[in-house]
Design a protein around this ligand. Sequence first.
Ligand code: TMP
Length: 202
Amino acid sequence: MYKGSFITLEGVDGVGKTTQALLLKEYLESKGHEVCHTFEPGGTQLGSQIRSLLLNPEHSELHSMTEILLYAADRAQHVFEVVRPSLEQGKTVICERFVDSSLAYQGYGLGLDMEGIRQVNRWATGNLVPDVTIYFDADPAESLIKTKGDRIEQRTLEYYSRVREGFLQMARAEPKRFRIISAQGTREEVASRVLEALGGRI
Ligand code: TMP
């Protein structure tokens, strides 16, 4: 058990996770928490190079197995360099994306072996599980308008619908850890839903 809390934010691209992470950080700091805001892929110096490999649209030859392993490699570095040390110091860690993104995007989205993805990620993270996961739900047809079109974002709307459905299935299967909130509305409206969803958990 760690002194700090581990909060992850999940959702399809363009739902506003970064905006909400920053608002939550500001709120928690105003209440006296020490906060580490971070993200995957690319939350470490080494990981930022893995991120470039993963998102560069020129890498069309990147095999799906390589994709799973690169996300897991980025995550291993991130967990051992940033997340665990911060939790050990008693910080609240707000992390944009974690293992659930691999399960949703590579598992549900690409139809790859879910149990394999789970196993690789258990190993890569030393079995680290978030205390709370906020899932921002939105119709990908709307949220993707705000994205730039990297290698993943160039995938079809059908792909993104499977990713969304995957997130929803995982969230419903683990109601103690997951909170589902709508990403619709102003940033203030969504932020107040986040605080409501976290009520009493941190
Ligand atoms: P970001 O745009 O939220 O920083 O994430 C980069 C992209 O990587 C985004 O399209 C989601 C995707 N992704 C996966 O496919 N699997 C993963 O495990 C993670 C962390 C992200």
